[in-house]
Design a protein around this ligand. Structure first.
Ligand code: ATP
Ligand code: MG
Length: 332
């Protein structure tokens, strides 16, 4: 079975609809056909300031949400990034292979650091794509199911895998991004030209899956659209409506054309009202299942511990090979 690896940050309590449609939905499907490794990337979350108690709660909450979407610990390896220390160890080797200029070209760093201001930007935010490289390479992943915003980081991963293999001998699988065109980028409801984001979207711009349905309905109904009336998929001229059509089509397993057809001659209000209901119908059982997992933290923690054990077996083997290749003296 080909292997997949991906992760999600515990940067806020709830996943948003972009996380689900862009990434986690594919994770659920891929556990049937692939040897799947999924993790809550708590170390990545530390690249922006986090309250310690909240980080711990959000890490459990993220794991609970992953289980609630349908990840099954018997069919995939589900764990917390910091439980597998080999990631940060391999990351150092990768940092030493990365050019400063190369790392400086990462657009997500530019965006996030611009929002933070230079004084408040950590070195961790700068090097985090390299830790992500290690996350992926340490499992010899063939594919990495993510949203479009991660494409550049996967490209960096490929470059570093090839560089390491060329310099020291081939030990790393060169992975590919697995990005579904339709849902690669779900946009902010208030600014449909930028991606919906846990840490950057305003509360009104983001559909949080754990939100109360009334709150989500209100946000969807006040989503920014154009001044026209026609419901048509046209991301260039109608980014707001196109975003709503994408969410509608994916959640109802329809094509965009079918949804366009359904609303031909109807107004934006009808589309928004229906979408609010579709989201609410999807989210209600998701919320209930998340709560069930959270209500039993002991089971949750032991399940994550088992996941980490499985992950470490693979990670330790890759790390040992990499240490050997670069010429680190084996310790006793
Ligand atoms: P942050 O703003 O803290 O970076 P995020 O919303 O980008 O949070 P992540 O935890 O960084 O969420 O990403 C988890 C997964 O969700 C990644 O695979 C990412 O590509 C995907 N993703 C995030 N936002 C979107 C979006 N708007 N559309 C599609 N996929 C997305
Ligand atoms: Mg992100």
């Amino acid at each position: 079975r080909p292997r997949v690896l991906s992760g999600i940050q515990p940067t806020s309590g709830s996943f948003h609809i972009g996380n689900y449609l862009g990434a986690v939905r594919q994770w659920v499907a891929l556990q049937e056909t692939h040897d799947a490794f999924y993790m809550v990337v708590d170390l990545h979350a530390l690249t922006l300031p986090q309250d310690p108690k909240e980080l711990q709660e959000n890490t459990r909450l993220a794991a609970a949400q992953l289980l609630a979407t349908g990840l099954d610990p018997d069919r995939c390896t589900l764990f917390v990034q910091s439980h597998v220390p080999e990631h940060t160890q391999l990351s150092w080797l990768m940092e030493c292979l990365t050019g400063f200029g190369e790392a400086s070209r990462m657009t997500q760093f530019k965006d996030k650091s611009a929002r933070q201001g230079a004084d408040r930007t950590s070195v961790g935010l700068f090097t985090y794509p390299i830790l992500q490289v290690a996350d992926i390479l340490i499992y010899q992943a063939n594919q990495v199911p993510v949203g479009e915003d991660q494409r550049q980081h996967i490209e960096l991963t490929r470059n570093l895998a090839e560089r390491f293999n060329g310099r020291y001998g081939k030990i790393f699988t060169v992975p590919e991004a697995y990005i579904l065109r339709e849902t690669a980028k779900i946009f902010d409801l208030q600014d449909p030209t930028v991606k919906m984001s846990k840490s950057a979207s305003s509360p009104k711009g983001i559909i949080d899956l754990l939100d109360d349905p009334k709150a989500s309905a209100k946000k969807i109904k006040s989503a920014v659209t154009d001044t026209g009336t026609e419901i048509r998929f046209d991301p260039e001229n109608k980014p707001g409506i196109s975003n709503l059509l994408t969410i509608h089509a994916t959640l109802t397993d329809s094509t965009i054309a079918e949804v366009e057809q359904k609303y031909s001659g109807k107004g934006y209000g009808a589309l928004k009202t229906d979408l609010a209901e579709i989201v609410s119908d999807w989210a209600a059982p998701f919320r209930a299942r998340t709560r069930e997992y959270l209500d039993d933290p002991e089971t949750l923690d032991s399940l994550l511990a088992k996941g980490a054990e499985k992950a470490r077996a693979v990670a330790a083997e890759t790390l040992a090979q990499a240490y050997d290749k670069v010429g680190l003296l084996p310790g006793k």
